[in-house]
Design a binder for this molecule. Structure first.
Ligand code: HEM
Length: 180
């Protein structure tokens, strides 16, 4: 994934803990570079190793590291570095989620080598919807849950997110029930 993803993970660890903790995570992960160039692609294994090392170092399940990372990504990385793009994407949680399929289409202009996930609203009611998520990558479902929670916080909304069905039940995608 692009360097900005690994940088965002570093930012999360340094803001909740400190630089020394991040250095121990780099060491545990066997990652040699001490900084990431934001617009340069890195092998996905770098990100996965960093998440696993963060989980071991912080004594926190990997799923919970990924979820915290999703929240942090929306509330800090995306808002601070891509504010106008985030603002243009909607004025409420459901509006933003409807726009999500097109959001990364705009991001591709900045990062041409992206291997992007796809999103689609599969069903919806007055205060809920089912968000479909297709990805080349495995195991990032808790990250998506965290992203949606971060979006809800951004709009000052309460939200419940659960994985209704998915690759673990034989589908080719995952389905999140989002209630607000
Ligand atoms: C303007 C804001 C955003 C930017 C600049 C951005 C950019 C990126 C980048 C660079 C990656 C790494 C992919 C790669 O290197 O191949 C990524 C991955 C991802 N993004 Fe975004 N993104 C943004 C907002 C969002 C939001 C709001 C969501 C909400 C659901 C989201 C969902 C994801 C997911 C789930 C991945 C993991 C990749 C995968 O599942 O295969 N992104 N994004």
């Amino acid at each position: 994934m692009y360097g900005l993803v690994n940088k965002a993970l570093q930012d999360l660890v340094e803001s909740k803990h400190d630089q020394a903790t991040w250095h121990r995570i780099l060491e545990r992960a066997g990652v040699r570079q001490s900084f990431f160039v934001w617009n340069e692609p890195y092998d996905d294994s770098v990100t996965y190793s960093l998440v696993a090392a963060a989980s071991a170092e912080l004594g926190q399940p990997a799923e919970s590291v990924l979820e915290d990372f999703g929240v942090h990504w929306v509330l800090h990385t995306a808002q601070e570095s891509y504010g106008p793009l985030m603002k243009a994407a909607g004025r409420s949680l459901p509006e933003f989620l409807h726009y999500l399929p097109r959001l990364h289409d705009r991001v591709v202009l900045l990062f041409p080598d992206l291997k992007l996930p796809e999103f689609e609203i599969l069903e919806e009611g007055e205060d809920w919807l089912v968000l479909g998520y297709w990805s080349f990558r495995e195991g990032l479902q808790p990250f998506v849950g965290g992203l949606v929670k971060g979006l809800a916080q951004m709009f000052g909304a309460q939200v419940e997110v659960s994985l209704r069905a998915g690759r673990h039940t034989g589908l080719d995608h995952d389905e999140f029930l989002v209630k607000w």
